[in-house]
Design a protein around this ligand. Structure first.
Ligand SMILES: [Zn+2]
Length: 79
């Protein structure tokens, strides 16, 4: 298992996600972000806006994703 925080994944808080794969990690982060977005959390609203701006730039999102994947790969395992 590896651990990443909401902030590390482009979010706004220090909630930790634990997963074996980057896909799983990204999925947990996405679900959390959606929940926070729906509850109207200001920090997460802003983080989501920034993410949407990034999506306007061709390949920026892919690059961002790949960088996060590398970050994930470099993390030590913890259980
Ligand atoms: Zn968060």
């Amino acid at each position: 298992m590896k651990t990443m925080t909401c902030k590390q994944l482009g979010g706004a808080c220090d909630v930790e996600f634990h997963a074996d794969t980057f896909e799983e990690m990204a999925d947990q982060s996405k679900r959390h972000g959606k929940k926070m977005f729906q509850s109207g959390d200001e920090g997460h609203l802003q983080a989501m806006n920034e993410m949407q701006e990034l999506m306007q730039i061709p390949d920026a999102m892919t690059e961002w994703f790949e960088n996060k994947r590398k970050e994930f790969d470099a993390l030590p395992e913890n259980d």
